[in-house]
Design a protein around this ligand. Sequence first.
Ligand SMILES: C[S@@+](CC[C@H](N)C(=O)[O-])C[C@H]1O[C@@H](n2cnc3c(N)ncnc32)[C@H](O)[C@@H]1O
Length: 249
Amino acid sequence: MQSSRQYDGAGFLYDLVYADAPDDTTFWESVASDAAEILEVGCGTGRVLRQFSTRKIMGLDIDSTMLSWGRQNTLKHQDIPLVAGDAAQLPLADESFDTVIAPRGLLSHMISTRRQGLVANELLRVCRQGGTVAVDVPDLRPYTKVGHRSVSYTKTLRTRTREWTVKTTSNYRPGKNSMVTRHAVCMSEPAGQTTHGAFEVESYVFTPSSLWRVFASVDAAQRLALRPRAATRYNAGRLRLIVRKGWTV
Ligand SMILES: C[S@@+](CC[C@H](N)C(=O)[O-])C[C@H]1O[C@@H](n2cnc3c(N)ncnc32)[C@H](O)[C@@H]1O
């Protein structure tokens, strides 16, 4: 199993950074609205899974620290199985779920196009005929503006006793067609104590056509009759693709 320890120990920071992504959770809810069986590959802490109450739900991630943070915190009141595994070699039978989702960039963590193909193949393999596979990845477009190689934003979250500042900076690496994103978190308490933490992740950036090509190559090899239901850009510099497996028109 190829290990990806990019988020090692980051469960807590991860939940904080993505605590308020309401547009994101609404989208995944709409993708899974008709689902009876949902698998999230690269589920991290369970941030997206926690909104579902479908009969059969499962989360899978390569990083056991994200999963244990999720079990003890994000999903502590829900009985959702979280399993450790590699998206490029899913420990699951063919056609086991009708909806397979990979929110917030699982595919973009595969920096080589060969590995992207392996992951797309696995997402499609475990999806039933007629089912849906949906992914979300970073969009190349913000980085192609002249001289625009870095995107940064800061957000502040306050509770009664603490204030958190999260500064996120993504630097584009044209030679690798990827970006390195650093989330730097600073926590202040009323007593004046300040704690810092950070995590950094490398992600491949896509255009709508390069994202579709990843799935189209699996389709060509396996004749799955894939149909893109939607390949859209949305405001936060990301792309989404929804694919129907074996959808006949
Ligand atoms: C940005 S997080 C997204 C987590 C979750 N989907 C969400 O939207 O909050 C990406 C996740 O993909 C996981 N991941 C990276 N490579 C993986 C692989 N080869 N197999 C399974 N999970 C992987 C990481 O450990 C991380 O938890």
